[in-house]
Design a protein around this ligand. Structure first.
Ligand SMILES: [Zn+2]
Length: 255
């Protein structure tokens, strides 16, 4: 398995990061992608990449909730750190807490989609309470090269399919799929396995039975198991197909 979205550099892991990485490896997680947030988390992300060079891959970008009046400066900083990145992210739109900076978020998002096109990299997209705006941006920036993951997907299959008219996107599925009453389980049932990649978004969004506690990459097994259950297929099939999807999306590899 590959954890396509984990904030392993978060301070929640400062006390036991080595153990967290060993548990992940023992659980069958071969590597992970660390999405960027902003300038304030850059050094921690960098340290983590250096410490686990064969386990962690880098993404570069500016997170939508970090877009404020000074976003030009943040964007400049993020752009200069795209060296060695396997993706541009996490970028996107978040109107959940406030719509105050949504216009700036849209500008920052579309600019970063342009970087991904120029650098031929996939996108890691965060979209919360902003699906109409997301679809408008994807439509405006649509190109044959646009591809990526719609991370922590919370939308419908219909919105997902519409996004796929403008680029090639996978659905990032994490702990939320295990929550009771989650509409997401039904969306996953009706989505092709070839369109799904696994992620934890650790330290947040722990799957059942760890809901509310700190999340970590080793819990990817609970997510894969739940997807297998929903789709009534074997866990091996889920693991092999989602890994193959991740390799071809982020690492240009066929397995
Ligand atoms: Zn994230």
């Amino acid at each position: 398995m590959i954890d396509t979205h984990v904030h392993l550099y978060d301070q929640a892991f400062n006390a036991d990061r080595h153990e967290v990485v060993s548990r992940a490896r023992e659980a069958g997680v071969r590597c992970s992608i660390l999405p960027a947030i902003d300038k304030s988390t850059y050094q921690a992300q960098q340290d983590c990449l250096k410490q686990y060079p064969d386990f962690c891959h880098k993404a570069a970008g500016l997170h939508p909730t970090s877009v404020r009046e000074d976003y030009r400066e943040e964007l400049g900083f993020a752009f200069h750190n795209t060296d060695g990145a396997v993706a541009i992210g996490e970028i996107g739109l978040d109107a959940y807490w406030s719509r105050d900076f949504l216009e700036l978020q849209i500008l920052a998002f579309e600019e970063q989609i342009g970087w991904a096109r120029d650098l031929d990299l996939p996108l890691i997209i965060h979209s919360r309470s902003s699906f109409p705006e997301l679809l408008r941006s994807l439509k405006r920036c649509s190109s044959p090269y646009m591809r990526g993951v719609l991370h922590a997907w919370s939308g419908s299959g219909e919105i997902f399919r519409e996004a796929n008219r403008y680029g090639r996107f996978m659905m990032g599925i994490g702990g939320v799929v295990t929550f009771r009453n989650a509409r997401l389980a039904e969306t996953v049932r009706n989505t092709d396995l070839t369109d799904i990649v696994l992620e934890t978004d650790a330290p947040w969004l722990s799957p059942v039975p760890f809901r509310g506690k700190r999340n970590e990459s080793s819990y990817l097994t609970y997510i894969a198991e739940k997807i297998a259950q929903e789709k009534q297929i074997s866990m091996e099939k889920v693991v092999s197909q989602t890994t193959q999807n991740t390799l071809s999306l982020f690492f240009n590899k066929k397995t």
